[in-house]
Structure formats: structure tokens, C-alpha cells
Design a protein around this ligand. Structure first.
Ligand code: PLP
Length: 403
């Protein structure tokens, strides 16, 4: 048998997809499961966006586009990303991709070399693709612990302590998956002050949830003095306009955009032309649906946080953005005799029919931070109420009483 490469054998994954397979198998067996696993809006893509795609098909927009994307979308995305962040972004600095996800790899590939010790700092817990891609690209992963006491921002001293002359890239993600935490202006100013002393470090600002901020305005590190040139801003259509399956993301950086274009040419050639025209409409058309989705997520956030805080052994901070809650279940684990959050997750799934992800699906557990699970609250109110009621009941039923 010809062998497969070590690189591929060691490639990481998004465990959401692994857990989803478990959930689907249980559902296939007829088990009634309330699922909080999936990180995507539970709304259809807005009708005007669907119509734009149908128009594009009918008008014969079927071919390849330039690897950087159609000019109309680069212009719309530049204006949009600039407005949301209060900065000026030029269309020629914007590259369209098949989702925001490919830019994680393109960025790491563009600023690190293979096997020479180039380091990339990334949030822990964090979107699992960061660590997986850092590793597979031959760079050194340097996890940066997030702190519950800071609402899941990190301590600037922890960042300072991890920067070395070999640091090439710092990945920031705000609003954050999986905690829902946000980096506020003060956090970002502290980070920028540190980075000014380390001019060799690029920043990858994963801002895919930029429109899902619930208190105050969204702030990007790119808007702070001296940061724009060295920041790769990543955003896209998936979360804001419920377009995960359409695969449209956009990234901007004045120096790296031409490199990203070459990476797109070497991988996808271009994003789907039909989806690109749909994204132009998503950005330029009415924003009522996107706003309604945001309001709905906010209402559900308030609901799930209140309900989780009523569950024995569970405490949940109020996440500032995205659609994730990251409750601390350390005490609940102790109460039911679960070894850790993963044992808790499995039992919750198998014994109570509630599907969540565990902290270990987002990187190694941070020492001293306890046990957490992730709820995606892109689920109906009924599902949230039923799921949390089942969880509370499960913990009560299984609480091991001291003899
Ligand atoms: C933090 C983060 N970055 C990037 C992505 C990828 O989004 P896209 O659908 O645009 O590839 C996701 C999707 O879950 C995410 O949570």
C-alpha cells in the first residue's frame, strides 16, 4: 500500500464535525437530541441575496473570475470592511476567498517558513483550525491562554511573555469562537502597545463575527495607530448574512493581498462566481434581515445565559458577541462524578440527549481555568429551553450525594 504523508496523518480537524457524526448516529437510531453543536446561523440566507444568485445564474455568470474576486465584490467588501471598522480600505487590498477559513492557511503560509522555528501565537481555547494549520504549515504553535476572569480576553502580560524574535504572527479572534468573548478597545490598545515594540509580528484579525457584537461598537485592532499595515483583516458572508454554504470570505492587507491572490490561484482558482454576486447584494442590499438575526441572537443569548446560571453546578459569563456560550461546568462535573468536561459532554449527550462541544475540542485545557463546554445558541428558543431543562434535570438526577 503506498503510504500517506505524516503531514496528512497529523492534520487536525474541527471536532464539531466529529461530534456531529456522533449526534447524527444517535438521531439515526431514533434518539431525540437537542443539538447546540453547530456554529452557523439557523436562518435562511436573505431572499434578496438568493434572488441575486439566481439572477447571476440566469445571466450566464458561470465562469472563473479573477483569483482576487470580481471587482464589484472587492469594491463592496472594501467599503463595507472599512465602514464597520472606521478605517479606509482600498479595493485592491481586498481578496475574496471560498470562505474566510482559507485565509487562515494563506496568512500562515505567507508569513512563516516551514521547519525553521517561526512561531505563531493563537488564542487557547480557539478555533481549532488555527493550531491545525500552524502545525501543518511547519510553524511552531504558541497558545495564548484566555482568562475567564477577563471575560475570556487574555492577559497582556501573557502575550508579552510569549513574543520572541521568532514570532511571526499573532492570531486574534474577536468576537471569539468558542467563548463569545470580545476584545474591547482597552484590550486592543494594550495589545497594540506591546506589538509596537515587536515590529516583526503580523496580526491576523479573525473578525468573521464583527456584526455580532451585543454591547457597544465593534472595534478592530486595525483601527489603532500603526496597526493597519501589519493587520490581515478577515471577515466574510457566512455569519452576518447566514451564508455558510455559499463560501464567501474576504481578507485585506495592503502588502499581503497580492500573495493571497497567488495562493487562491494555487488552490481554489477563485470563489464561486454565483456566490460572489450574491455577496455583492448581501453587502449592498437592505440590512434588515442581518439586523433581525442579530437581535434574535441577542435575545437568545440573554435567555441561554440566564437559564444556564440556574443549572446546578454551572456558571456562565455573559458573552459579548458571536453566538456561543462557554459555561464553566467544573462544579457540575464534580457533582455527577464526571472525570472532566469531555466525560460530562458524552454523558450529557448519551443520557440526556443534549449535544454540546467540550473545551478540549478547542485546544488543550488551560491550567487553572476549570472545565467548560460550548453551546452554540443558534438554536430556537424552544430548543434552548428544552435543552437546558434536560441538562439541569440530568445533573440533579446524577448528583452523587456524600455519604
Ligand atoms: C473563528 C472563525 N473563523 C473563521 C471561520 C470560518 O468561516 P467561513 O465560513 O467564512 O469559512 C469560523 C467558522 O466557524 C470561525 O468560527
Amino acid at each position: 500500500m503506498p503510504r500517506i504523508s505524516r503531514r496528512t496523518a497529523e492534520l487536525g480537524t474541527e471536532n464539531a464535525f466529529v461530534v456531529l457524526a456522533e449526534v447524527n448516529e444517535l438521531a439515526r437510531q431514533g434518539k431525540d437530541i437537542v443539538s447546540f453543536c453547530i456554529g452557523q446561523p439557523d436562518f435562511p440566507t436573505p431572499a434578496n441575496v438568493q434572488e441575486a444568485a439566481i439572477r447571476a445564474i440566469r445571466e450566464g455568470k458561470h465562469g472563473y473570475t479573477p483569483s482576487a474576486g470580481i471587482n464589484e465584490l472587492r469594491e463592496a467588501a472594501a467599503r463595507y470592511m472599512g465602514t464597520v471598522r472606521g478605517i479606509e480600505i482600498r479595493p485592491e487590498d481586498v481578496v475574496v476567498g471560498a470562505g474566510a477559513k482559507p485565509f487562515i492557511a494563506y496568512a500562515i503560509l505567507s508569513v512563516t517558513d516551514y521547519g525553521v522555528g517561526d512561531e505563531v501565537i493563537y488564542p487557547n481555547p480557539g478555533f481549532p483550525i488555527y493550531e491545525s494549520q500552524i502545525q501543518v504549515c511547519g510553524a511552531v504553535p504558541v497558545p495564548l491562554p484566555l482568562r475567564e476572569a477577563r471575560d475570556f480576553a487574555f492577559d497582556p502580560e501573557d502575550l508579552q511573555a510569549r513574543i520572541t524574535p521568532r514570532t511571526r504572527l499573532l492570531i486574534l479572534n474577536s468576537p471569539h469562537n468558542p467563548t463569545g468573548g470580545i476584545l474591547g478597545k482597552r484590550d486592543l490598545e494594550g495589545i497594540a502597545a506591546i506589538l509596537r515594540r515587536h515590529p516583526q509580528v503580523w496580526i491576523y484579525a479573525d473578525e468573521i463575527y464583527s456584526r455580532l457584537v451585543y454591547e457597544g461598537a465593534f472595534v478592530s485592532i486595525a483601527s489603532l495607530p500603526g496597526m493597519l499595515e501589519r493587520t490581515i483583516i478577515s471577515d466574510g458572508a457566512s455569519k452576518t448574512w447566514a451564508m455558510t454554504g455559499w463560501r464567501i470570505g474576504f481578507a485585506s492587507n495592503p502588502v499581503l493581498a497580492p500573495q493571497f491572490v497567488r495562493w487562491v490561484t494555487n488552490t481554489d482558482s477563485c470563489a464561486s462566481q454565483i456566490s460572489q454576486w450574491a455577496a455583492v447584494e448581501a453587502i449592498q442590499g437592505p440590512q434588515d434581515d442581518a439586523e433581525a438575526m442579530r437581535r434574535s441572537f441577542l435575545a437568545r443569548r440573554d435567555l441561554i445565559v440566564a437559564l444556564l446560571n440556574g443549572v446546578p453546578g454551572v456558571s456562565c459569563r455573559t458573552p459579548g458577541g458571536a453566538f456561543y456560550a462557554w459555561p464553566n461546568v467544573t462544579e457540575a462535573c464534580r457533582m455527577i462524578g464526571a472525570a472532566d468536561s469531555e466525560d460530562f459532554r458524552k454523558r450529557l449527550l448519551n443520557e440526556a440527549g443534549v449535544a454540546v462541544l467540550a473545551d478540549i475540542h478547542f485546544g488543550a485545557r488551560v491550567a487553572g481555568e476549570g472545565q467548560h463546554v460550548r453551546f452554540s445558541y443558534a438554536a430556537s428558543r424552544e430548543a434552548i429551553e428544552a435543552g437546558i431543562a434536560r441538562m439541569a434535570d440530568f445533573i440533579r438526577r446524577n448528583t452523587v450525594r456524600a455519604a
